[in-house]
Design a protein around this ligand. Sequence first.
Ligand code: CP
Length: 327
Amino acid sequence: MTTLSSTPPLTDATPPTFEGWRADGILSVDDLSDADIAYLFALCDFYAPFVAAGAPPPRRLEGKTQVNLFYENSTRTNLSFEIAGKKLGADVLNVPVAASSVNKGEALVDTAQTLDAMGAAVMVIRHGERGAQARLADRLGARIVNGGDGAAEHPTQALLDAATLRTAFGRIEGLTIAICGDVRHSRVAGSNARLLARLGAQLRFVGPPPLMPADGDFADAPRFDRLDDGLAGVDVAMALRIQSERMDGTDAQAAAAGYFDAYGLTHARLDAVAPNAKVMHPGPMNRGVEIDGALADDPARSLILAQVFHGVPMRMAVLDAVVNRGA
Ligand code: CP
């Protein structure tokens, strides 16, 4: 599924270290220095061959407890963090939020402090409120990794997307990347726009004006409301799901009406204006809404499963870095 440019020997391999690691956790891509990001890429490159080969990596989290606390639904983020932690030897607990004392009215801070008191070394938290994890940062001993907060940030998605682009293109600097669709309600778009611009990509946003970033956000990136104009000459088209859970019902219906005809990514549209472009989608995708199923499934065009693959080694990198702090 994923072609790795080099495959180091897996026996006796030791992961890279970085004395300069400072981030106590990862709440935002902005928490990471350029050197931290480079270290995460190096760790991801180290772990990717183990994941690809199904070989056991060094057990860098042996004896540590990792808690996954997800207040919103997830397949990719929750399960890839679970796989990543288990591969590194952590004791991984997935909190069954719907069956927990959250249902008795327990506040996030009390649930998180309870898990902290049980000895969690790292907590991966997804929550519907913007900044929910940041409000816990001074209250917990555990490292906090943001698994998505409202429409604000999804930093590990941006990191794995960047890792996917490095593998596919050998670089990020100079790539022209169109982020297409519901940018306004997308935490993936926010984190990717920050990270990929920092790494030298040329970003643009494409979609209906009501779904574009708020005025003043990402002001340097051009915006297009016609898909063909926005896709012209791009290297990458990144489709986003319409985040209907963050709209009221009528807005969601209005956003979905006629959406595929105007903004759905298809072979024909890309062939006409960006014949070499690759497509990405963070998932979950809605086939026939933001992307045609045949395009999503086309291995010559689609990086979607490569994104899923990179989620495991990049999240191994994140867990290793925040728990071991580069040592
Ligand atoms: N990309 C992403 O966050 O997917 P999940 O909601 O399935 O975790």
